[in-house]
Design a protein around this ligand. Sequence first.
Ligand code: C2E
Ligand code: MG
Ligand code: MG
Length: 561
Amino acid sequence: MDRIIGNGPVKRRVLVVEDEMINRELLGNMLSSHYDVVYAENGKAALDVLSEYRGAFSLMLLDLRMPEMNGDEVLKKCKSDPMLSNIPIIVMTQEKDAEVESIRAGADDFITKPYNMPEVILARCERIIDLYEKKTLIDSAEIDALTGLYSGDFFFEYIRQFEQFNDSPMDAIVIDIEHFHLVNEIYGRDEGDAILRNIANTIRTELDKSYGIACRPSADIFFIYHPQTEDYSALEDHINKEIGADSLSSAKIRLRIGINKNVDKSASPEQWFDHAKLACNGLRRDYTKTLAFYDSALHEKQLYHARLINDIDRAIEDHDFIVYYQPKYGIQGEKPVLRSAEALIRWKHPELGMISPGDFIPLFEGNGLVQKLDRFVWEEAGKQIAEWKSKYGFTVPVSVNVSRIDIYDPELENTLLGILKKNELTTKELLLEITESAYSDNAARLIEVVNTLRQKGFRIEMDDFGSGYSSLNMLTSIPIDVLKMDMKFVKNMLNDDKSLKLCELVMDISRFLDVPVVAEGVEEKAQLDKLRSMGCELIQGYYFSKPVPPDEFAKFIEKEI
Ligand code: C2E
Ligand code: MG
Ligand code: MG
C-alpha cells in the first residue's frame, strides 16, 4: 500500500479497486503524485479498506469486473450506506452498456479501459473531487446540524424559489422559547439541545401534513413558512404537548408564537419574518397569551413612534418645538377678564407637519424624554412671562404642565426656582399643572413633592380633574390650589344629564376644598353661562381662543389694557 504524506498539507486519499496488478500500478503512477493512493484487489477487499479507514476517502476508482465481489455490488453497497454515500465513485470498464448502468446506479463518472490517457484520468478525478467537496460544503451550510432543519440563509433562498411558482396565501410563523438560556444554565446544554430537537421534530411532523418548510435561524428561534391556516391552536397545542411530554425542564418552558398571516407578497421574505417576530416580541410582557398576530396598523404606529423618538434631539436643536399659549378668563365679573394662560407645546416637524402633544407626550412619558420637553417649555414660559411683564407693566401668570415623570426628578424644585431667578419672577407668576392621574400613580410621593413646592410658594393646579380615580379620602389630604375640571364633562354638560351632575359635583368638591375651578374645553356661550351660574370662576377654551403663538397672545393682553 502506497501512502505518501508529504511536508505540505495532507494529500486527499483515493481508493483504487482493481483486480489486475498491472492496472493498479498504472493508475498508481498516474495518481500518486497528487493523491495518497490506497489499493484493493477486489470488491470485498474494498469494503474492508473502507471500514478500516472509516470511509475517509475523497474518491473511489472502481473496476466493474472483479472476482469475489464485483464492482456493481460495491457501488450498490456504498450508495445505500449513509457513511459511504458521500464518496464519489468513478467506474472503470470496457463495455459501453455497463457505463450507462453504473451511472444509473449512482456512479459519478466513468473511465474507459485501457488507461492510456493519464492527463484525462487525472483531470476527471480532480473535477469529481472538487464537485463533491463543494456540494458537501453547501449541504453543511444548508442544514442546521442540531435539528436537521434548514439554516436561515438557505431557508430564504428556498422561499424565493418556491414563490416563483406559488400563488396560494402563506403565513410566516416565528416560534421563540422564553428564557432559553436559563434552561441551558440550569439543566445543561444537553437538555437544551434535546428540547430544541424536540421542537424541531414536532414542527417537522406538522409540516408533513402540508408543504411548508422550517428553519432555525438562531439558537432558540424557529421560522416556519406555512400555507395559510385558520386555526393555529392545533400547532400550539401539539408543540406544547410534545415539549411537555419528554423533557426534564418542560415546566420552565414557555413558547411565544408570532404569526404574520397571509404575508404581503410584495414585501421580502425577510420582512415577512421580521413582522412575525414583532408579533412574537409583543408577547414578552403578556403572560396571558402565547400566540399573537402581526398587525400592520399597530406596526405603522410603532414605526411612527420610533421616528418621533429618533427625531426629538434634532427637533430641540432646530427649534421645531414651540410653545403656544391659551388664555384663561375670569367669568364671575361683568365682563370676562384675562387672568392667566396655559403654556402648551407644539411640534412643527419639517416632514410630518404639526404634531399634537396628544401624540407625543404620552410616548415621551413612557421613556422619560418628556422631562427634556417640559424643561424646554418651562424655560420658554419663564422668558415669555418676563418679556410681557417688562413690555406691558403687569404679569400674566402662565401655568405649565408638570408630567408625572418630573415628580421623580430630585432636581425638580431647583430647576423651577432656577428659572424664576433667571427671569426675576416669583412663584405666583409660574403656576404648575399636574394631571389628576399622576396623583393615583404614587400618591405618597406626589403629596410629598407637592407639599415642598407649595412651601416654596408655588401654586398647584390639579389638571383633568374627574378623569383619574382620586378617592374622596385622598382629595381631602391632597394639597392643591386650583381644580381644572376635565374637558369631557364640559363637552357633554348641555346634552347629557349625568355630565351636568358631574360638573355640579366637581363644583361641590371645590367648595369643600375651598379652591377655585377652571373649566377647560368651553366652546360655546351656553356652556359658559351655565358654568358661571354654577359658580365656576375661570374658563379656558376655544370660546375665547385656541392655544396661539406668543405674538398672537399679546393681542389679548393689549385688549385687556
Ligand atoms: P391639558 O394640559 O389638559 O391641555 C388642554 C388641552 O385641551 C390642550 O390640548 C388644548 O389645546 C385643549 N383645549 C383647550 N380648549 C379646548 C376646547 O375648547 N376644545 C377642545 N376640543 N380642546 C381644547 P393640547 O395642546 O393638544 O394638549 C394636550 C395635552 O398634552 C395637554 O392636556 C397636556 O396633558 C399635554 N401637554 C401639552 N403640552 C405639554 C407640556 O409642555 N408638557 C407636558 N408634560 N404635557 C403637555
Ligand atoms: Mg394642562
Ligand atoms: Mg387639562
